[in-house]
Ligand binder design. Structure first.
Ligand SMILES: N[C@@H](CCC(=O)N[C@@H](CS)C(=O)NCC(=O)O)C(=O)O
Length: 219
């Protein structure tokens, strides 16, 4: 019996990064849905577990960890049969960490600055400068992928899973078309072929795109 519980909602990009990692590691876990749209993350019980009231939240036998980037690293360190997805080598790990922080601070924030106003406040008008942030983030990603199949080199790591969960969701705002973003397009194609991808990530992603795309008007 697994002690791992993941609290989440599958439309959430960081939740999908954790689902991809759990599947890639072949771990058994219980999934508990937290309906953000119904405000379930704001109830006292959830806030006692995560005062930042965000999903994903991992409960591993009573140990509580939130933030997808912290969760995916913990899962590989604790349960990975190898360190492939999160290398122990200091320099390789530093490169993976850099891309994880890129996802947390640049890529995901470009999305969040549009999705929170929409989902929480019903704001569907998106100022051009917010789309420019997305475009700039895609530019960085395209460069990371210029000479290698994955964001830190030849091997898939948790940085790919986190960045891909966000980048695929950003398509709701700005398409990463093969003309302007050939490397991103090929990389996402590669990720989409992972056996773990089809299980829950695609369903959540499609729901997310369905909710957001078409509802937004770029100013
Ligand atoms: N950096 C965090 C971001 C988590 C986050 O913002 N999750 C959103 C859903 S995509 C959320 O729970 N929002 C509810 C809130 O902020 O109250 C992570 O990677 O886990």
């Amino acid at each position: 019996m697994s002690n791992i519980v993941l609290y989440g909602m599958d439309i959430s990009p960081p939740v999908r990064a954790c689902l991809l990692t759990l599947r890639a590691l072949g771990l058994a876990f219980e999934y508990r849905e937290v309906n953000l749209l119904a405000g379930e993350h704001m109830i006292i019980d959830f806030q006692q577990r995560n005062p930042q009231h965000t999903v994903p939240l991992l409960d591993d036998g009573g140990a509580l960890i939130w933030d997808s980037h912290a969760i995916v690293c913990y899962l590989v360190d604790k349960y990975g049969k190898s360190d492939e997805l999160y290398p122990k080598d200091l320099l390789k790990r530093a490169h993976v960490n850099q891309r994880l922080y890129f996802d947390a601070s640049i890529l995901y924030m470009a999305l969040r600055s549009i999705s929170v106003p929409y989902f929480i406040h019903g704001v569907s008008l998106v100022p051009k400068e917010k789309v420019d942030n997305v475009r700039e983030a895609y530019g960085h990603l395209e460069k990371f992928l210029s000479d290698s199949p994955y964001v830190t080199g030849d091997a898939l790591t948790v940085a790919d899973l986190c960045c891909a969960a966000t980048a695929t969701s950003l398509a709701a705002v700005l398409d990463h078309d093969p003309i302007n973003y050939p490397k991103i397009t090929a990389w996402l194609e590669r990720i989409s072929k992972l056996p773990s991808y089809m299980e829950d990530s695609l369903r959540g992603l499609n729901k997310y795109i369905g909710l957001l795309k078409g509802s937004l008007t770029i100013l």
